[in-house]
Design a protein. Structure first.
Length: 211
């Protein structure tokens, strides 16, 4: 006998927060998998176990939902980076720990990398998204900026590479890892690449220290 599961309408105060978190997570996964345009309220409502109309209790528009999904991603990544780096003193060790944190995040939720990779193309297609998420992009950038500036000030980086160049290099590596992860879709190869990057960083750090 088929069991009918009644979907939730307007939530009570008790489950409102949890339902919103679930909806944001399902939205992020949908944006990562099928993109902004193909993500529908009907699919998200079904995934979250609520009625389509109830979505508007949480988010007035798809744009608001995208901003929430982007903000959640930024919080997850920034927290992981900060916790990983806080355990170390040198740039090489901090960056290596950040690389490890990326591997752990990717293993736990592959949709994070897919969402990150999709952001650039979504912003090109939908300029309104760019303005909406702009305030949320500062956190990780400020964290990486300080980490790179401190490393240069301490003399840990090869002469001729300033803090901005170092931060740009870090961003290129992090973006490249996300794209590699979604393109190759092979966890072991991703781990091997991260292990290789850590060896390169460690070798460079030893070379600078020896000067």
């Amino acid at each position: 006998m088929k069991v009918l599961v009644k979907k939730l309408g307007r939530p009570c105060a008790v489950d409102s927060g949890e339902t919103r978190k679930l909806l944001v997570r399902e939205a992020r996964r949908s944006f990562a998998a099928v993109g902004y345009d193909a993500t529908t309220n009907r699919a998200l409502a079904e995934a979250a176990g609520i009625t389509t109309g109830a979505i508007y209790y949480y988010f007035p528009s798809k744009l608001d939902m995208y901003v929430a999904a982007y903000g959640e991603m930024q919080e997850i990544v920034q927290r992981a980076f900060e916790e990983a780096a806080a355990k170390h003193k040198t740039f090489a060790d901090k960056f290596s720990a950040i690389l490890d944190s990326i591997a752990m995040m990717s293993a736990k939720d592959p949709s994070l990398a897919s969402f990150v990779v999709g952001v650039a193309s979504e912003l090109q297609r939908h300029p309104e998204l760019s303005a909406a998420i702009a305030p949320l992009r500062l956190g990780i950038g400020q964290f990486l900026s300080k980490m790179c500036t401190d490393a240069v000030d301490r003399g840990e980086i090869t002469e001729g590479i300033n803090a901005q160049v170092l931060q740009d290099l870090v961003n290129v590596v992090l973006t490249g890892l996300s794209r590699f992860s979604t393109t190759v879709n092979d966890q072991q190869r991703g781990l091997d690449v991260i292990a290789g990057l850590k060896q390169i960083v460690a070798g460079t750090a030893r070379h600078v220290a020896a000067k």
